[in-house]
Write a protein that binds this ligand. Structure first.
Ligand SMILES: [Zn+2]
Length: 438
């Protein structure tokens, strides 16, 4: 199973927006960019909402049928481990094997020693196409990489073989993810992670390393854009080099678990992909659900009332809702509007506080030059009314909407048109276009 050069993980909390999501992909095709849509949903999301992996398969198939999409598409078992993979086997054909929890655990001394010995021919300087400075490799680095990652990759191998036994080799896409961890992985570590993946016989087609900076859910990148750009380019070079060195699948590419809305780094991603003629898998964070709230607010009346109800309830349960996402959100509670204040808002005001405006008119050069820290409250292009704290709380507040059951789902149906417009526009204009087109 081949994953095409560009693929886009869309996710969809409530499973109702498959068609408008696909419409964004179809629009990109009309502009000459072929993207494979991937509907991703994690065990965490399924358990909070009460959906099953089979629901995602149904949504994807239905969207593809109705929209007449003739291209490839996938259903991703997102961030699975050995204890959660089984329920996804039947309905998924893309598996994001998450072994971040194993990074801190060490393999046996024997395994580490034989890995270090096998890779010792890379000690010295490795030159790679596309980057000026050669990457320096020391024995100590190989040893450290083995200590950190070898057990995690062995665990990935076990999960891969478990899936392979059930589905058959070549019948699914394999991603290895190590992004949900504290420490970023420098390019030299990525190189030896890929060496270990090849040793383990995993035909990985995407790899999600941890990049520098913060990738919080639903808001902009926080960190140095220049440092990110440097790491991203070096990682692209490492992947291309490792494919040849270790005979990994030709279509292996980086996967960015973007958490959505990393507008500040989109320019450098686009420039680097172009430079390396490289593909990319971009996984967004299910901010489609926020577009549902934007649409409901804009619809006014009953729709706006539901959007306000979600916020009011989320505010009361902030600790509970933020708990599972503690490492990937940064909410300044003092800056959250009070429920009584929000209650007075018109729909446009609610939508403006929630919607994260994308930067317009910044050139790639500007982004490359920019070495400053991005501050969430002063995100590029952020409008006056936009409140990233409000947005983050609502992003994790989907449990509240799930508990509202039919009253929420019925509203999605009633205001389908305005919601669909927002969903398509968001994916196409704010994500696909700045990363792959402009
Ligand atoms: Zn992720």
């Amino acid at each position: 199973m081949i994953l095409c050069k560009y693929s886009f993980g869309v996710g969809d909390r409530f499973g109702r927006q498959g068609k408008p999501q696909l419409a964004a992909i179809i629009r990109a095709r009309a502009e000459g960019v072929e993207i494979s849509p991937v509907w991703n949903k994690s065990h965490r999301e399924h358990s909070i909402i009460g959906t099953k992996p089979a629901d995602v398969r149904m949504e994807a198939d239905e969207a593809v049928r109705v929209c007449g999409w003739g291209g490839a598409y996938f259903v991703d078992a997102d961030h699975i481990g050995l204890s959660t993979v089984d329920q996804f086997i039947k309905s998924s054909d893309f598996f994001t094997i998450d072994v971040a929890d194993f990074i801190t655990r060490t393999a046996s001394e024997g395994d580490i020693n034989s890995f270090v010995q096998k890779q010792s021919n890379y000690i010295g300087r490795i030159s790679m196409d596309g980057i000026d400075a050669a990457i320096n490799v020391t024995e100590k680095q190989i040893q450290a990489a083995a200590e950190k990652f070898l057990l995690a990759v062995k665990q990935a191998g076990e999960i891969y073989r478990h899936i392979e036994a059930a589905k058959g080799a070549g019948n699914f896409i394999t991603e290895i993810s190590m992004d949900e961890t504290d420490q970023p992985q420098p390019p030299v570590e990525l190189f030896f992670i890929l060496a270990a993946i090849a040793d383990e016989g995993i035909p990985a087609q995407t790899i999600a390393p941890k990049f520098v900076g913060r990738f919080n859910k639903g808001v902009d990148y926080v960190g140095s854009v220049a440092r990110f750009a440097k790491q991203f380019e070096e990682d692209l070079a490492v992947v291309a080099f490792a494919v040849k060195e270790f005979a990994l699948p030709e279509d292996l590419k980086l996967s960015i678990h973007s958490g959505s809305d990393k507008f500040s780094i989109y320019g450098s991603i686009r420039a680097s992909l172009k430079k390396f003629d490289a593909g990319i898998h971009i996984k967004t964070a299910g901010t489609t659900w926020l577009e549902e709230l934007v649409g409901l607010a804009m619809a006014g009346g009953e729709g706006l009332a539901i959007a306000k109800e979600v916020y009011t309830k989320a505010l009361l349960r902030i600790d509970e809702l933020c708990g599972p996402y503690a490492t990937v959100i940064d909410i300044d509670r003092a800056k959250l509007p009070r429920a009584e204040e929000v209650d007075k808002w018109e729909g446009d005001r609610f939508a403006a506080a929630l919607r994260h405006p994308a930067p317009i008119g910044r050139s790639i050069k500007d982004v490359h030059k920019s070495n400053r820290k991005i501050d969430l409250d002063r995100s590029i292009g952020a409008g006056q009314a936009y409140n990233p704290n409000f947005r983050q709380l609502l992003h994790v507040g989907y449990k509240v909407a799930a508990e509202m059951g039919h009253s929420y789902l019925d509203a999605l149906e009633k205001y389908e048109d305005i919601i669909a417009q927002n969903v398509t526009e968001n994916i196409y204009e704010r994500h696909i276009k700045p990363v792959l087109l402009v």
